[in-house]
Each structure stands twice: as C-alpha cells, then as structure tokens.
Design a protein around this ligand. Sequence first.
Ligand code: SAM
Length: 225
Amino acid sequence: MRIDIITVLPELLESPFNHSIVKRAREKNLVEINIINLRDFTTDKYKSVDDYAFGGGAGMVMMIEPVFRAIEKLKSEREYDEIIYTSPDGEKFNQKMANHLSMKNNILILAGHYKGVDQRIRDYLITKEISIGDYVLSGGEIPAAAITDAIVRLLPGAISDEQSALSDSFQDDLLAPPVYTRPADFKGWVVPPVLLSGHTAKIEEWRHDQSEERTKRLRPDLLDD
Ligand code: SAM
C-alpha cells in the first residue's frame, strides 16, 4: 500500500511515521508513506501557497494552482483509490472507514491550512473528505497522521500478534475489554481471578461480557447499528 500526503508543513509529519508500528510496517515494506511539500509546486520566488479570500474577511485561503499541480503530477504516476481532504466538516472518521481504507492500494491525503482550501479543490479534485472530530485544529497534518496510523496498524503483518488489532475497540462495534499485567496483586488491587485460571473458554466469555457491559455503559450508540 502507498499513502502520499501533501502538506505545507512536512516537518510536522516526520515523527509520527518514524516510530513503533508504523515505522516497522514501513521497514517491512507493508506501506510506503511519502510526504510531499506543497511549496515544491509553487512558481513564485516566495513559494506562496495561500492568498486572500474573495469577498474579504479574516484568514487566508490555500490556493488552487499549487494543489492542482501537485495532484496532477502524482496522478500521472499512479492511480489513486481515494484523494482525501481532511476537513472538520467531512465524514467523521471511524474504525469502519479505517478498515475500508486499509484495503486500498494508493491513497492521497491533502492536509489543509489557514481558513481551508479554495472550494474548487474540493469540488473538482477531492474524492473523499474526512473529519477526525468536532473540533478545529490548526492544520490537516495531525488528522492525516491519525488516519494513516489507524490504517497502517490494520495491514496484515503490521502488528506482530494480528489478533491484537482485531480485538481492539470498535471492531465488531464493541469496546475492548479491560487488560491487566503483573503483578496479579498490587497493594490489594487484584486482577479478576478468571484471567489467572488458565481456562481459555471462560476467559474469552469473560472478555466478551466485559466488552458488552462497557459498550452498553460508555457507548450505547455503538449498539444502535
Ligand atoms: N475554516 C475551517 C472550518 O471552520 O471548517 C477550519 C480550518 S482549520 C484552521 C485548517 C485545516 O486544518 C483545515 O483545512 C483542515 O485541513 C484541518 N483540520 C482542522 N480540524 C480538522 C478536523 N477536525 N478534522 C480534519 N481536518 C481538520
């Protein structure tokens, strides 16, 4: 799989992809992640990527020309399954979307900035708009990193114990059960005895019951579907 991210702040994306599971997935060639600097597609000496909004008002707008040039160049090299724009008014990102995107071959993500991008970019170049929640961040880099991380950990081989990703929250619309490690007794705070029983079927049953109970209590909306 290949994920390309267009950004005006490539430095912001250096760290998230160079640690832990995403780093290992890149080393195993399960995913290729490329950061594209939008300023490389400008033509003026100031490498401008923003301009004033037509009609006035506060805040700058990301210009269409450099974005168009960047996307056209990338599209000439490969076919993208999705060209995503990260936006607070996009479709809310969730595990189902991550599962779906993890089965694609080539994804391009445009990280917005300023007041956002010229609407014509969204109308003519973007195939999917994703929000990571009902709040406004300064730029699309953190959303792009969050989306990429959620996708990459689902790629077969990315996590050493594949069952681990499948038993995470939101798979099967359930929250994950609680987890414990040694010591079994810390100052009298004890681990549920069933987990120490060695009885696999009983442990699985307990975990499932815990998942259901937590989901009903904390996120009943997940059970509505
Ligand atoms: N004026 C825009 C609005 O009110 O919807 C917000 C612009 S925000 C300051 C700059 C950029 O950050 C956006 O273009 C988008 O790419 C990104 N961004 C901010 N919050 C986001 C969120 N919750 N989900 C996805 N992207 C977000």
